[in-house]
Design a protein around this ligand. Structure first.
Ligand SMILES: *Cc1c(COP(=O)(O)O)cnc(C)c1O
Length: 376
């Protein structure tokens, strides 16, 4: 048997340069036009991107902000969340989902996930509802919709707001609807590595509520409803014209890129099906998965990751530590065992290289490398 102690190929976990090369001319034209106009903040590109994203996400309104984290903070604030309120979030997510809640003086209350999809478990949400609960933030993790129907039913029953953390899932669908359009607010990130990534930070909030929209417009500009006249505490959180111009180019390609991601995922599914120790990503059947990540479960994950790295395959662990066990939330007095499905996922999850430009040769090499490492 071939022993790949030598690196035969290097497969990065993400290759933004490969994508840039396919759209270089369009990007340079878009950037040049902003430089010629010399309008850098809240100009025509941001306005156009806002209406294009609203149309794409099937919502009435969209508001550009400085990051996905700010989209969550401003979205929560626009929903009236503040000190003393409880907001239910998954413990298995990027820290921003929870710390957007804390920064407003509200308390994140964690829910566990479903083992097969890694998405928030509606039954666990229900167990965490108290008289102080005001909102739920389901995260569409790895690019697949969380199960929104039971979440929206709980929200209606208990009069809660729902903010969809769509940082990883723009373009995904749930029962024929776009994610981000189902709850009260959808929060999108344009961080460079996301499926629709800018060349710097950026984010957007989408909503169907005119009231929330008006509040967002004020909150991103120091709480002002007219120039130099503030009615409440706000922020400076705006999307740059340069980023908006770049994102408008990329948005035109997004559906084709999502389809390419799904093709890569299907190839992995077939090649990894033979590996007894590997659980490939489950599809919940609710709609289109956009495969921000292709995340498997594997035993001895840390060892497997290290060996894969030695033979040229870069992988990532999203996420190694549950949020309820991180020092930031030591004050909540939560313990190992409180969210067992999340804790198990943190030990087993491994995200393989996936991006639209990943070649068949590369995905074959990743699959063979994984088979070899597991056989060692
Ligand atoms: C990336 C991400 C965010 C934060 O987005 P930024 O643009 O980096 O602030 C929030 N939630 C999830 C699930 C993310 O993956």
């Amino acid at each position: 048997m071939a022993t790949a102690t030598a690196i035969q190929m290097k497969v990065p976990v993400l290759d933004l340069k490969a994508q840039y090369l396919t759209i270089k001319d369009e990007i340079q034209e878009a950037v040049n036009s902003v430089l010629e106009n010399q309008h850098f903040i809240l100009g025509p590109e941001v306005k156009a991107l806002e209406s294009e994203i609203a149309a794409y996400c099937e919502t009435k309104y969209a508001v550009g902000v400085a990051s996905g984290t700010d989209a969550l903070i401003l979205g929560l604030k626009a929903c009236g969340i503040g000190p003393g309120d409880e907001v239910i979030v998954p413990s298995f997510t990027f820290i921003a989902t929870a710390d957007a809640v804390s920064i407003l003086g509200a308390k994140p209350v964690f829910a566990d996930i479903q083992a097969n999809t890694f998405n928030i478990d509606p039954e666990s949400i229900e167990r965490q509802i108290t008289p102080r609960t005001r909102a739920i933030i389901p995260v569409h993790l790895y690019g697949q919709a969380a199960d929104m129907d039971p979440i929206m039913a709980l929200a209606r029953k208990h009069d809660l707001k729902v903010l969809e953390d769509t940082a990883q899932a723009i373009g995904a669908t749930y029962k024929g609807r776009r994610v981000a359009s189902i709850g009260d607010v959808g929060c999108i990130s344009f961080f460079p590595s996301k499926n629709l990534g800018g060349y710097g930070d950026g984010g957007m909030v989408v909503t169907n509520s005119e009231h929330i929209y008006r509040r967002l417009i004020s909150l991103r500009a120091h709480g002002s409803t007219k120039k130099y006249f503030s009615t409440e505490q706000g922020w400076n959180s705006r999307l740059d014209e340069l980023q908006a111009a770049i994102l408008r180019v990329k948005l035109r390609h997004l559906d084709a890129w999502s389809a390419q991601r799904r093709e890569v995922a299907s190839r992995y599914d077939v090649m990894l099906a033979k590996l007894a120790n590997v659980a490939t990503p489950a599809r919940n059947g609710f709609g289109d998965h956009v495969f921000h990540q292709y995340t498997i479960r594997v035993p001895r994950r840390d060892e497997v990751q290290k060996r894969l790295g030695e033979i040229g395959v870069t992988t990532m662990v999203y996420y190694p530590t549950p949020i309820h066990l991180q020092p930031i939330y030591a004050g909540l007095n939560l313990h190992e065992g409180d969210y067992p499905v999340t804790e198990q996922a943190c030990k087993e999850a491994l995200s393989l290289p996936i991006f639209p430009e990943l070649t068949d040769e590369q995905s074959l090499y990743v699959s063979q490398a994984l088979a070899q490492v597991l056989a060692e």
